[in-house]
Design a protein. Structure first.
Lengths: 559, 559
């Protein structure tokens, strides 16, 4: 009897289940369920209370719907019995958190709280806790706290503590009533196994926990707000589990919810980016994975812990036990090209693409792919959505330089692609300077699989070989790998994530190799990018911040 | 019997004649003749000899065609007899020069030279004499020549001497055979009156002649090339005439050519930009005219001579006798917006414009005109075609800064317009710092008349009132004014250009007045423009030049 595991992957707008053959990693089939409530950023369901700016909430019922619908669906499509499922892995966007009672009931499910915004899930991209993040940073700085060095020196408004602080400030009753403030990934595992087993990956990256030092001190939390003195004990948990641990086994109610067999092992939850590494055969240092979508997330490992300015996080055992895992990010990649195609491509290009039966991205690529690096005379700074790594500054904005009356749209398009590649190189060089060498690149995500010109540019700009995931759903596959580890060899899985990766992960045959002539040309362009990056990004000319201030002033004047 | 003058205006692609009522300046009618040979930049007519890069030639026969066709045409349309024409004025693009024999026959009309590129007219935008301009600048610098201060410190490859040097270097026989190297405007006057009467305006701006010092010395020319020692005496002329002078009277052959009466007074030739001042009522200092088309030319007067770095020229009596006239320029204005509309406006904007029955420029204006200054967060450097004043650097390129994923095409369009306005303010401030105050602005040209948002932006950015020419052909009208001065009161014209301007020029009723709130907002944005202008334009970061070098290297590698 063939054995399978399930990877349950929760994204920003939908969740999916994928059925994976444990022996060889074949993705037999998958099912996607869109969240009925999507992202709630204006109103709560059935309510006329207007949500505050920068709010981004979700409904936990939508997550349960994925379990109820997608899992039975893949069993049916795959023609597989529930007994053949030997393990389940879950990954989730993060930091996506919700307030729950001690038995895991979301406060928003309770009649008395259903009209209270703070009773709902705060999605990772909920940015309304900036005031709290600023306060956190101030307290950290005043106290000379060292834990923040693991996070590039700054707390993000996206993470657990500012989000909890916002609840306390704006709706204290919710803060007091909640018995756990839990990552949605951990909550899903809790729904399956009936127990709260918090993930090391989520606690490490988003809740300033570390294996060595635990959470910040009570004194620190008291300085944030005296009411938060016992925040860790009261709202978080101190027992933290590795992602390679088996969190527990499917309860009766979990089995009923999913249609799977009671007792099926469930892995500790994982973050959607980090979970993907073993799915592209990365289980050791020196290899950086780029997960390329609307934005790009970079994850890699090292044998040592280094604090690298501007880099988002370093977590011991964060991906594979025994190694320190690092993450960095670029805020605008696919979004960048989509913006360009939507706003800046002339009519006749659309007509030409239509007549050739290709999309506009392909047409632009076709028109410009044979240019040599530097042939357009253009250079751009890829800050259309601010800069995540290594400048961590949301107020930075995009630049295009070198335009002439001969400049063509496809040349601008390529300059934007090159800019994101230069941004990646800045990150790589920061890691290497910081003591984390990177020898090879790996890429996953739709853009990486579709855009050959782009991947070749990345290889030439970084002077590194790039291997591409053969899975189109690397995070879901990764979750299935962790599910196989939760099962262990005793049940037909694997005892280590390395072994699971060896058997269940695959890469495309095609490897992008740097072209030495292009590498030299891009070296020259990268120096120019770096000069502009430092000039505009490191305080020499704060024009972008001043323009934002002028803009905000103009917006207010119009109100 | 009503009296009229004719303004004959030679542009880059066509020439026109306009019939003007001397009493009130009414433009009765006009006729335009396109140049049959246009701009010759690849082949000579009927020849297979490929022209060198940057070459831009014209055929003098095309200019005669304007006289032959357009003049009889306006007499006919206007229902006016040749006796009613009391004077003729001519203006021409400059420096547009041709080699001729002593009787004015263009060398290219001679059978033996008709296949020789250097026998033809070199149009103002012929840029193939850069090597010679560099040499000229080197010699000027080594000799410590002061005359160059009148021209902002640099010789342009567009002007007379480099163009003559190029002929000497590349086709010495043509250089030796030519008995005059003459501005096309002066040549047309010669065709009409049978004598060579060189214009002060053209000699002053383009042939480094000044009323005070004449031409540079023989020693200077000898240092350029020993064969050019007597260049002034042999190829130019030392008797120079004010543009308010009557050059002479129509000869029998001139009368035959034009269908006008023998003896009709003809004014000394003028440059197409400078001639327009009296046509918009400017005959005194403190008023700057912007002639806005594909590029913008700025002309103004002062009672004093000042040397202003980066400003194209100061010529005593250059427009109105008694004053020093100054010129400056921006290389890319209308071209800029056309580039944008052609390359960067998405399909649905074209469809929306079509459905509203307006053009895309109008649609963009409609979408963005109600924004406050700074509301887009964008700023641009208007260097898509290099920078003429005050940086005089063709290697500078365009910049757009401040883009986000929310940036709309109309916001970029407006940022480009604002950038040209900031560029104008840089010029105005350079004049004012240099001792040439500017109190009011005047604008002529299609863009000035059509684009209200743009003119209001210029008023707000410069904090000056802007009056607009009511003529759609201000240079042609200006030429007609000078024709009326050539006639003098004795024949029913005027004795001074001031008097002609008072009676024959008109402005639109609408004056653009600065909005004080917008002025303050633009002041903030202008400071940012200035910082970027100086950073990229004055050697602090020569990234644009390095990108051009990288680009040229790439182009060569592909050959």
């Amino acid at each position: 009897m063939k054995k399978y595991t399930l990877g349950i992957d929760y994204g920003t707008l939908s969740g999916r289940a994928v059925l994976v053959d444990v022996e060889n990693g074949e993705e037999v089939c998958f099912s996607v369920v869109e969240y009925k409530h999507g992202i709630m950023d204006t109103y709560l369901p059935g309510s006329k209370v207007r949500l505050a700016p920068e709010t981004a909430l979700q409904h936990p019922g939508d997550y349960l719907e994925v379990l109820k619908t997608a899992i039975p669906e893949v069993l049916k499509i795959g023609g597989v019995s529930k007994e053949q499922i030997i393990g389940i892995g879950v990954d989730f966007t993060s930091c996506t958190v919700l307030p729950v009672s001690s038995d895991g009931t979301p406060l928003c499910f309770m009649e008395e709280f259903k009209d209270r915004p703070h009773a709902y899930v705060k999605l990772w991209k909920h940015h309304a806790a900036q005031y709290e993040a600023d306060k956190f940073n101030e307290v950290t700085f005043m106290r000379g706290e060292k834990f923040i060095d693991r996070y590039g020196g700054r707390m993000s408004s996206e993470w657990v503590v500012p989000k909890a602080m916002q609840i306390l400030h704006e709706d204290e009753e919710i803060y007091q009533v909640m018995e756990s403030f839990i990552e949605a990934g951990d909550w899903i595992v809790m729904m399956l196994i009936g127990e709260e087993k918090r993930s090391l990956c989520q606690a490490g990256y988003k809740a300033v926990w570390s294996k060595k030092d635990g959470y910040p001190s009570k004194e620190f939390f008291a300085d944030l707000d005296p009411k938060m003195t016992n925040f860790v004990e009261e709202k978080l948990r101190t027992d933290i589990y590795a992602t390679t641990d088996c969190a527990g086994h499917l309860t009766k109610s979990g089995a009923k919810l999913t249609g799977l067999a009671e007792g099926t092992p469930v892995a500790v939850a994982n973050i959607d980016a980090h979970v993907a590494l073993p799915a592209v055969r990365i289980t050791e240092p020196g290899k950086m994975l780029m997960i390329m979508g609307t934005s790009t997330c970079h994850i890699m490992m090292s044998e040592e812990e280094h604090f690298i300015p501007g880099v988002g996080g370093v977590v011991e055992d964060g991906v594979v036990p025994g190694y320190y895992a690092y993450e960095a990010g670029q805020a605008c990649v696919g979004d960048h090209f989509d913006w360009f195609v939507k706003n800046c491509v002339p009519k006749d290009y659309y007509e030409e693409a239509a007549s050739k039966g290709i999309d506009v991205h392909q047409l632009l690529e076709e028109k410009v792919k044979n240019q040599l690096p530097g042939e357009s005379g253009l250079i751009a700074l890829d800050w259309w959505n601010g800069n995540r790594s290594i400048l961590t500054d949301a107020d930075l904005t995009g630049v295009l330089l070198g335009a002439t009356l001969q400049t063509k749209p496809e040349e601008i398009y390529r300059a934007l692609i090159e800019a994101t590649a230069f941004g990646t190189r800045i990150i790589i060089e920061a890691f290497e300077k910081g003591g984390v060498p990177i020898n090879e690149l790996y890429a996953a995500g739709g853009i990486a699989q579709k855009n050959e010109m782009m991947m070749q540019i990345y290889a030439d700009v970084t002077n590194k070989e790039i291997s591409i995931s053969s899975s189109k759903q690397a995070p879901a596959l990764g979750a299935a790998l962790f599910g196989a580890v939760a099962a262990g060899t005793a049940r037909g899985g694997y005892d280590t994530i390395e072994a699971a990766s060896e058997h269940m992960s695959r890469l495309q045959d095609k490897v992008y190799k740097p072209n030495s002539d292009y590498v030299k040309r891009y070296d020259m362009l990268f120096r120019e990018y770096e000069i502009l990056h430092n000039y505009f990004g490191k305080g020499e000319n704060d024009v972008m911040k001043r323009l934002k201030a002028i803009k905000n002033n103009a917006m207010r004047a119009k109100e």
